[in-house]
Design a protein around this ligand. Sequence first.
Ligand code: COA
Length: 248
Amino acid sequence: MSTTAAGLVRLHDHGDVVVVQLDRPAKLNALSTALEQELLDVVGSAVVRDSRAVVFTGSLRAFSAGADTFELPEMTPERIAAYYRGSGSLYEVVARLAQPTVAAVSGYCLGAGFELALACDLRIADTTAQFGLPEVGLGILPSSGGLTRLVRAVGPAVARDIVLMGDRFPAAEAHRLGLIREVVDAGQALPVALERAAHLAGQPALAVAWTKAAIQAAAESSTATSLLIEQLAYAALNRGAGAEGDPR
Ligand code: COA
């Protein structure tokens, strides 16, 4: 296990899988600029780059209670623009990692915390998990890619309900909506996420990376473009897969 310089993120090495743990428990892992920057540094580091799968997690009480509300009043349009060029790019960087990513969620998963979980490929939540996007009630909106990802995941009608009402909802509801893969017993989100990540880490890495990119493209482009990307990726990947050698 290692800790980042400012001590807001812990890294746990599980062989091919690395666990990135938000470690600001006294503030329910609220995503301050400093925490986002540390996460961004970690995600760009060799230890994550060389891993085959990444698990993001928090504490048992909170995956994350969202953006640091104490920083919100200080924001101006200029600072917000700079934010998206800096630590605010975290969510897109996570979404575009070549490796598979799994969020292991216990407790509060609110606002930007939920957006970080949505930027991962899979979400495993335990029965204590509470999801929600309370931003509209604070006079803002989810703007770390979560609004866009939510609409694409559940459609505009359900997204309107979640974002405009701002209600918190439990893991079972998130599962019913297809937002999480599994609901597990309290305290089991991380062990189960590690199992799923280990499976993903054993899949051919290049096939995983191109498939992730193709899924992203399919959500964003025309049918013709998406089909072309599928076919080009297949042509790039199929160099005798299943024949001799490791296609990874
Ligand atoms: N930003 C900054 N600090 C936060 C935070 C956030 N989003 N969420 C919680 N904290 C801090 C609290 O200020 C408190 O700090 P303190 O002990 O120094 O006073 C600590 O975390 C514990 O929070 P507390 O409110 O006492 O816990 P709780 O169990 O009573 O309530 C929540 C938990 C998540 C319901 C409540 O903290 C909350 O509503 N947080 C804000 C959620 C939010 O609006 N997120 C989206 C921001 S855009």
